[in-house]
Design a protein around this ligand. Structure first.
Ligand SMILES: Nc1ncnc2c1ncn2[C@@H]1O[C@H](COP(=O)(O)OP(=O)(O)O)[C@@H](O)[C@H]1O
Ligand SMILES: O=c1ccn([C@@H]2O[C@H](COP(=O)(O)OP(=O)(O)O)[C@@H](O)[C@H]2O)c(=O)[nH]1
Length: 236
């Protein structure tokens, strides 16, 4: 029995690269989609937010002298590309997905309309929220928290390169240890950068629990959805 009826899954854009240097790795995206399909087969309603870091990161553009807001809009467009790739892979795998964008590019994707998104979820379609929050200076983690709260997801699941929340960035500090669980306040006070502070605060204020787990570990998503011991739970 799944532990949740409706989830908001945040997929790292960077993880789509697989072992490639940039862009979308075919085998990686197919593997991710099959893991999501297993979860929808359990009757769980799935909303997805995917990042854009494999194509463009606003901070990187900003750091080479670009206007930060312009660079961020490029980042948002990158999430639209990833969302389209994800939805199309879902189609090939026999699933039905709908992409809704926070920035209007009507010829390409339909705009985000909350009641419509709720309707799709109730119909068992996967809804992919593209374009982040539609605003510069935000991240797709914040978009995930925002949409998760809006559609009434019971939990936000962040599938990323690390298998949980650590006492420090495990990529930089090999002595860091993983928390089984912690509160949002602890995460914010300790400045744990696995999620940005805006996203942490939004989850906390809206009482949307968060699970951080590995995007590369096979079967991890399903175990999380079944309520098994996997990753790190961040709670109020
Ligand atoms: N305390 C921490 N615990 C776990 N990961 C951390 C921590 N601090 C920083 N990180 C880093 O945060 C990264 C995940 O966040 P982010 O770079 O936004 O990835 P994503 O592409 O999934 O959005 C991890 O790859 C990890 O290196
Ligand atoms: O609401 C948003 C969401 C995303 N972005 C931009 O889109 C880029 C890609 O998103 P993100 O870095 O969150 O992707 P991920 O880390 O998951 O690959 C960010 O760097 C920002 O430049 C933005 O400006 N506003």
């Amino acid at each position: 029995m799944p532990a949740y009826k409706r989830i908001l899954l945040k997929l790292s854009g960077e993880a789509l690269m697989g072992d490639d240097a940039f862009g979308i790795n075919r085998a990686t995206i197919v593997r991710m989609v099959r893991e999501i399909r297993e979860v929808t087969a359990l009757g769980v309603e799935v909303a997805v937010v995917i990042g854009g870091g494999n194509i463009f990161r606003g901070v990187a553009g900003g750091s080479v002298g670009m206007d930060r807001a312009t660079a961020d809009y490029m980042g948002m467009l990158a999430t639209v590309m990833n969302s389209l790739a994800l939805a199309d892979t879902m189609r090939l795998e026999g699933m039905t997905a709908r992409v809704m964008s926070a920035i209007s590019i009507d010829q390409v994707v339909e705009p985000y309309v909350r009641p419509k998104a709720l309707q799709y979820l109730e119909e068992g379609k996967v809804v992919i929220f593209a374009g982040g929050t539609g605003n510069p200076f935000f991240t797709t983690d914040t978009a995930a928290a925002l949409r998760g709260a809006e559609v009434g997801a019971e939990i936000m699941l962040k599938a990323t390169k690390v298998d949980g929340v650590y006492t420090a960035d495990p990529k930089k500090d090999p002595s860091a240890t993983r928390y089984p669980s912690l509160t949002f306040d602890e995460a914010i006070i300790k400045n744990l950068a696995v999620l940005d502070a805006t996203a942490f605060a939004l989850c906390r204020d809206q009482k949307l629990p968060l699970k951080v787990f590995s995007i590369v570990k096979p079967g991890a998503l399903k175990r999380v959805v079944l309520g098994e011991d996997e990753g790190t739970l961040v709670h109020v």
